[in-house]
Design a protein around this ligand. Structure first.
Ligand code: NAG
Ligand code: NAG
Ligand code: NAG
Ligand code: NAG
Length: 238
């Protein structure tokens, strides 16, 4: 039954897309009701800490310089791609919560300052598949570096907020480092875990003529409201 509904949903979605592209160029966007995407609830304020491991050394580095600096005297112009583990605690072998994927680039000529552009892709529990995007300035020698959270996906849709980065340890010989990212963000309380349900609600709005799930069906996909990182913390004893 679920499969059938999904199949119908996809068909209708396609139909809706096809028919909407028939509009003239000025009418490609429209206002929709916040309630349709479950965005009418109060937004949540979420806080968590993760530990970001920048490993340059050894046989499996997760941070690789793909562009050297323009001069030997500073990092300006250097670009490193990262796929760094994010863990629940400082030790590298503590629970992996996700990966920090993106790059940092030397962006300051007269000091050590990086442009950070990365997604935190979470892999655990209900956060599996959700992301937040960090884009900011990182003067790596400062004790605390604040950077904006500019967006998110999944449970972190419409996220905005900030992180505070604090270096926990650094190996000055090879550059390996662990940095605490203390993250504070506002985001929408998401109503539907299942994208399908959300899509059906949107489709309903576009007035396709088909049977739709009842209110109860939508209720079933409501998420528990308790912040899950509390239980995540419990698991890891933090
Ligand atoms: C950087 O320094 C090395 C020697 O340490 C030298 O061989 C190289 O040419 C220098 N590169 C630049 C861009 O100055
Ligand atoms: C993590 O590594 C430390 C040593 O670096 C070790 O003492 C500890 O038992 C390890 N913990 C786990 C869960 O593997
Ligand atoms: C996270 O989601 C992916 C893709 O849906 C799945 O393959 C993986 O097993 C999930 N991991 C956890 C820990 O739930
Ligand atoms: C965390 O563990 C404590 C006891 O160790 C327990 O009382 C509490 O309910 C747990 N919290 C969650 C969210 O699991």
């Amino acid at each position: 039954m679920a499969k059938l509904i999904f199949f119908l949903a996809v068909q209708i979605l396609l139909l809706a897309v096809v028919s909407s592209t028939g509009d003239d160029g000025e009418n490609f966007a429209r206002t929709i009701d916040r309630k349709l995407l479950g965005l009418h609830k109060k937004e949540k304020l979420t806080h968590f800490k993760v530990y970001w491991h920048d490993i340059l050394s050894g046989p499996n580095p997760t941070s690789i310089m793909i562009q050297p600096p323009v001069k030997n005297t500073s990092y300006f112009g250097a670009i490193s791609m990262i796929d760094n583990a994010l863990t629940a605690r400082v030790p590298m072998n503590s629970t992996v919560l996700g990966q920090a994927q993106g790059f940092y680039a030397g962006a300051a000529q007269k000091e050590l300052g990086f442009l950070m552009a990365m997604n935190f892709a979470f892999k655990t529990g209900k956060y599996n598949g959700s992301t937040i995007t960090i884009l900011g300035r990182n003067t790596a020698l400062s004790e605390v570096r604040e950077m904006p959270i500019v967006g998110g996906s999944g449970l972190f849709r419409f996220a905005r907020g900030y992180v505070e980065a604090r270096t926990k340890w650094i190996n000055l010989k090879n550059g390996d480092a662990t940095v605490e990212y203390s993250c504070t963000l506002k985001h929408e309380a998401k109503r539907c875990r299942d994208e399908l349900q959300c899509n059906i609600v949107v489709i309903q709005r576009s007035q396709a003529k088909v049977g739709f799930p009842t209110k109860d069906a939508v209720k079933e996909c409501a998420l528990p409201t308790e912040p899950e990182l509390a239980s995540e913390k419990n698991k890891t004893g933090r």
